[in-house]
Ligand binder design. Structure first.
Ligand code: B12
Length: 222
């Protein structure tokens, strides 16, 4: 894991990536991304660079200020690098994995991938099952591969994709002792009464980190 570089200017990097995306300067934003991935630890990278860039690019796309192709190229560039980082980190991780996915109808995929990178960089194998996945497929995976937790990223309003019903079904399909972790900006819209047994709203990155620490401590003798 790279040591944080004190001289790395995160704000300048984020601004530079977005400006380059607007001007179709692909080599420039790829260079800035390479620098960020080299200089920053995964948690800082995700929280302070990837998250803000993806959110801002997405917001501009939604407002019609960024063309589909501009947003697509930038998201794809970040996704490729996060995928590589995930693979490398997973090589050093061990023990039962956390499976990451989004529910059917949820096509916002980057939150899940970013959180998978953080988990793997903390030594816990992270398997990104991908977005828009029927819960039956998550269940199928868990029947074949033992997992420590299933993490679901919810970005779209839960009512739009009937998330509460999908979670009840998912709970039925995943072994009862495997916790379901629910995170992402729309997760808080589901009240505690709508969450099935052994299903937890992971409030923020600090909460996620605490859960990873707890998992890791149960693996290795203190
Ligand atoms: C980026 C984005 C996109 C990108 C998605 C790129 C991709 N490949 O995923 C693009 C531009 C393609 C897009 C498209 C659409 N989008 Co959009 N999009 C957004 C945006 C800007 C950010 C959402 C996002 O990706 N968040 C993930 C990351 C980047 O940010 P984050 O949530 O803060 O993540 C942090 C935490 O939440 C947390 N976290 C995230 N996941 C998890 C999981 C766990 C387990 C844990 C612990 C933590 C955690 O950790 C992250 C790191 O800090 C939001 C608006 C906004 N400002 O939020 C709209 C938004 C979500 N989109 C919306 C919609 C409607 C769509 C479309 C359906 C629009 C359309 N008509 O086609 C499409 C469908 C999706 C698709 N992929 O095609 C709406 C949803 C409205 C609703 N009712 O819920 C929003 C809210 C915009 C709006 N204001 O209307 N979108």
């Amino acid at each position: 894991m790279p040591a944080p570089t004190a001289s790395f200017d995160i704000q300048q990097c984020v601004t530079g990536i977005l400006a380059a995306a607007v001007d179709y300067r692909l080599a420039d934003y790829n260079g800035l991304l390479a620098g960020a991935f080299e200089a920053l630890d995964p948690a800082t990278l995700v929280r302070d660079v990837c998250g803000p860039v993806l959110r801002e690019a997405g917001n501009r796309w939604h407002r019609g200020e960024l063309a589909i192709v501009q947003e697509h190229l930038l998201s794809a560039a970040i996704k490729r690098r996060l995928g590589q980082l995930l693979e490398t980190a997973n090589l050093r991780a061990s023990g039962p994995a956390i499976a990451f996915a989004t529910l059917s109808g949820e096509r916002h995929e980057m939150g899940s991938l970013m959180l998978a990178v953080i988990a793997a960089s903390r030594g816990i194998p992270a398997i990104d099952l991908g977005p828009d996945l029927p819960v039956a497929e998550v269940g199928r995976f868990c029947r074949h591969v033992p997992v420590a937790a299933v993490a679901i990223s919810l970005v779209t309003n839960p009512d739009v994709i009937d998330a509460a019903r999908q979670l009840i079904e998912l709970r039925r399909l995943v072994p009862a002792d495997v916790p379901l972790w629910l995170g992402g900006q729309a997760a808080a819209l589901l009240g505690p009464g709508q969450l099935p047994a052994n299903t937890f709203h992971v409030r923020d990155l600090a909460d996620f980190d605490a859960r990873l620490t707890d998992l890791a401590s149960r693996r290795s003798p203190a």
